[in-house]
Ligand binder design. Structure first.
Ligand code: SF4
Ligand SMILES: [Zn+2]
Length: 337
């Protein structure tokens, strides 16, 4: 098994080691690993046991992350490791994130190998995704360093459950992030994910106001769990007030998975209703994901309504964008193009 020394931990007076990477603050005896399964104490130090190991690579459209305002129409080399620091009962990637076994980590891949792979696939960006990259910070940071040195962009797809100090290190190496805002209720976070809403909101504010990272947000709508009109309105109002209306928001459809096989898929009407609420609240760029809805996936100019980028599933065409602005009225489109 590859391993590499972990950062962000300290020794307690009791002799236990405390991991300070995420708000779970796991305390570990010799031989134990944290709730994420992959940060482990051995020889009286903390190690990242998944360093240099990947659970798989794919070249995806960047729209699949989802990112709609970051080099639209390009591809991105995506990879992940194993484990997760959340325990979402509705996890859509549970084979990877819940794996305690290292057998999903079929490939050994150095930061240089990954960057070479992206270059040969002609992908201008690399995504840390599939499982939450927060828990493999040291590996992600090394890949990001190598990527930057070769002129590639880096993207984190994350739930944002990370402590303030490591958060600085992690996002310093990212060019864009899609952060989940899974609900606007603390109770939902506690019961269904094992995390806390406040820490996620702090990460969103930090990334928007204290970094140069391009930010988009995803909310997976789960029937009767987080899809009430009231909750969606509160969530959108918070985004508009705290982050600003130009941050793109993606409402994504849930499909039965993992420990929530008894909950039905999100009806299309729920998604369109959520989008209408977000628009009423004043958010400028609201998208629908995991459903076929070309209008709900396309990007429109905020000033004149011209369609700037059309999307039909992953068929993307930049139709009226010139130098990052509307070709018709010259209003700038927020993002990186
Ligand atoms: S990163 Fe893993 S080991 Fe560290 S506190 Fe979070 S769950 Fe525990
Ligand atoms: Zn316009």
């Amino acid at each position: 098994m590859s391993s590499n020394e972990a950062r962000h931990w300290h020794r307690l007076p009791s002799g236990q080691i405390q991991c300070d990477l995420c708000p779970r603050f796991c305390t570990l005896q010799e031989g134990q690993s944290g709730l994420c399964f992959v940060r482990a104490r051995k020889d009286d130090r903390l190690w990242l046991t998944t360093y240099g190991r990947s659970s798989g690579f794919n070249v995806d459209p960047i729209e699949k992350k989802p990112l709609h305002h970051f080099y639209p129409g390009t591809t991105i080399l995506s990879f992940g490791t194993a484990g997760c620091n959340l325990a979402c009962r509705f996890c859509q990637n549970s084979d990877i994130s819940k794996s305690r076994e290292m057998d999903v980590l079929s490939r050994s891949a150095s930061p240089r190998d990954i960057v070479e792979m992206a270059i040969s696939a002609q992908s201008p960006s690399i995504a840390f995704t599939y499982n939450d990259p927060v828990i493999f910070l040291e590996y992600a940071v090394d890949v990001a360093r190598e990527a930057k040195a070769r002129g590639l962009h880096t993207v984190a797809v994350t739930a944002g459950y990370i402590n303030p100090e490591p958060r600085v290190e992690f996002f310093e190496h990212m060019d864009a992030a899609n952060i989940d805002l899974k609900s606007f209720q603390e109770e939902f976070y506690q019961k269904l994910t094992g995390a806390h809403l406040g820490a996620i909101l702090d990460t969103l504010k930090y990334v928007k106001h204290h970094t140069g990272v391009w930010l988009e947000i995803t909310t997976l709508l789960i029937p009767e769990m987080n899809d009430s009109a009231e909750e969606i309105r509160q969530l959108c109002e918070w985004i508009a007030k705290e982050l600003g209306p130009e941050v793109p928001l993606h409402f994504s459809a849930f499909h039965p998975s993992f420990k929530m096989l008894n909950v039905p898929s999100t009806p299309y009407q729920t998604l369109t209703r959520a989008r209408n609420i977000a628009k009423e609240v004043g958010l400028h760029y609201v998208y629908l994901g995991n459903v076929h809805d070309p209008e709900g996936q396309s990007t429109f100019c905020q000033r004149c309504g011209t369609c700037l980028i059309t999307r039909d599933w992953y068929k993307v065409q930049v139709v009226a964008l010139k130098g990052g602005a509307c070709a018709k009225c010259q209003a700038p489109l927020p993002g990186r193009f």
